[in-house]
Design a protein around this ligand. Structure first.
Ligand code: NAD
Length: 460
């Protein structure tokens, strides 16, 4: 581990402030070079990244490429669009401002802090970093200590390829976070649980630091009867059990039209066998639970309802089989807390109004999934529910579309990122209004006598 003495945090920030003040990061060519540098660093260390994720989460190599190293797509997207994003944008002015011109200049915020979680521990640090670099900031990143191998690799890569006065890594757990949060930053970008999100926001409030909070919650997945069952089952199985369910936008629970429920359960059973074999513990394609604490938390959920698929577990391996639970009560802990593991409760409904009412009675989720070909039903669910994002007839794939802002609403988060949204998150939009000297009408100057009718006319 590359240790950063926590007592040095003040110095790191001070150095970054000095670096920022040189104005180097404002240069668009510099930013593009740094994005290319980041991409190159990732490619150079691909194998170490794969190994670290294998050690932390038993993450299959394909999943690591798809969901972690795949972040290079975000880098390419930023490089491609950066010249356009950074250009001042002309803003319209009304007729009474005819001698003025208005422009919006995106400018970097300064020194930003990025704190990451353990579930996609590489991607969820690097992806916001792309936005921070693109927008011209210096950044301090704190990966999750729980995915310690990945934290280590991130620290090594960044130390090797970047000047710490520009991008620095601080490794560690709560103590490191607290030391960082005691300092003033120009933005804090946090990905993690809702409870810690509140701590981050409270710490940021002290300095009026703006925050982006990418949080979690229970993302529902509605399954109507008007579907292609085979595809539905495959897409749900993949989205739920990739990374052993430890995905912030995994379908947390299913709300299934009772007409299709038995077929769906039979389909899930068959599909799980296809994906992971008769005994998923020996599948090379199935991840493990990150820690003993989370393993114990998840095993506790198995007491709720009736396990109809899976349920097997091995503490020594931190393995929990892909599991489906029926007959759960909304009061069961599995339906009260975010599951964040390979356990899928099924709740049936007879009328879509019941499913919508259940969703609306709970905190707004990060993602909402709907499987249905019925256009009216799609429209109704979109209109009558609120969530960070929606994906219709698929799961999780919305995260891979750079043109879609990604983030929560209500308890699932504040702000968003990906693509242009990342650039905006780490930029300040500076409004600039310019007048000319070719005339100076006196309607706003004292003495005001006789000018009120004109003002009233202008405002009318
Ligand atoms: P967490 O909130 O426990 O930890 C996240 C980060 O906060 C870590 O770096 C950790 O060291 C730090 N931290 C922990 N306690 C702290 C404290 N008291 N003060 C300051 N910092 C502290 O989250 P986690 O367990 O790593 O991740 C799981 C959660 O993250 C889930 O709720 C999941 O839904 C959510 N998540 C959200 C997204 C998203 O994009 N919205 C993505 C991944 C995970």
């Amino acid at each position: 581990m590359i240790t950063t003495e926590l007592s040095n945090i003040g110095d790191i920030i001070q150095n970054q402030r000095q670096f920022f003040e040189t104005g180097k990061t404002k240069n668009v060519t510099f930013r593009i070079e740094q994005l290319k540098n980041l991409k190159q660093a990732i490619i150079e260390h691909e194998q170490a990244i794969v190994e670290a994720l294998k050690a932390d989460l038993h993450k299959p190599e394909l999943e690591t490429y798809l969901t972690e190293i795949g972040v290079v797509k975000e880098i390419d997207y930023a490089i491609k669009h950066l010249n356009t994003w950074t250009k001042p944008k002309k803003a319209a002015v009304s007729f009474d401002f005819f001698s003025y011109s208005a422009r919006i200049y995106p400018e970097p915020l300064g020194v930003v802090l990025i704190i990451g979680p353990w579930n996609y521990p590489f991607q969820l640090i690097i992806s916001p970093l792309v936005g921070a670099i693109a927008a011209g900031n210096c950044a301090i990143i704190k990966p999750s200590e729980i995915a310690s191998h990945t934290s280590d690799v991130i620290a090594k890569i960044i130390a090797k390829h970047f000047d710490p006065a520009y991008i620095a890594v601080v490794e560690g757990g709560v103590e490191a976070s607290e030391k960082l949060l005691a300092e003033k930053f120009d933005h804090i970008f946090f990905t993690g649980g809702t409870a810690i999100g509140k701590i981050i926001m409270a710490a940021a409030a002290k300095y009026l630091t703006p925050v982006t909070l990418e949080l979690g919650g229970k993302s529902p997945c509605i399954v109507d009867s008007d579907i292609n069952l085979e595809y539905t089952v495959r897409r749900i199985t993949w989205g739920k059990f990739i990374n052993a369910g430890q995905t912030c936008i995994a379908p947390d629970y299913l709300l299934v039209n009772q007409k299709i429920k038995q077929d769906l359960i039979d389909g899930l059973r068959k599909c799980l066998k296809e994906f992971y074999g008769d005994n998923p513990v020996s599948s090379p394609d199935y991840a493990r639970i990150i820690s003993q604490k989370h393993f114990d938390r998840l095993v506790n959920f198995l007491k709720d309802g009736e396990v109809i698929i899976g349920g097997e577990n091995q503490p020594s391996e931190r393995y929990i089989a892909p599991t489906v639970i029926d007959n759960v009560s909304l009061k069961d802990s599995v339906m009260q807390e975010e599951i964040f593991g390979p356990i899928l409760p099924i709740i049936e409904y007879t009328d879509i109004a019941e499913a919508i009412a259940l969703i609306n009675s709970r905190p707004k989720p990060l993602a909402l999934y709907l499987f249905s070909q019925n256009k009216n039903l799609q429209k109704r669910v979109l209109q009558e529910t609120s969530s960070g994002g929606v994906c219709i007839n698929d799961t999780v794939m919305q995260v891979g579309v750079s043109s879609l802002p990604f983030g929560g609403v209500g308890d699932s988060g504040i702000g968003n990122y990906h693509g242009k949204a990342s650039f905006d998150t780490f930029s300040h939009n500076k409004s600039v209004l310019q007048n000319s000297f070719w005339l100076d009408l006196k309607w706003r100057y004292a003495p005001y006598e006789g000018k009120l009718p004109l003002i009233k006319k202008l405002l009318g």
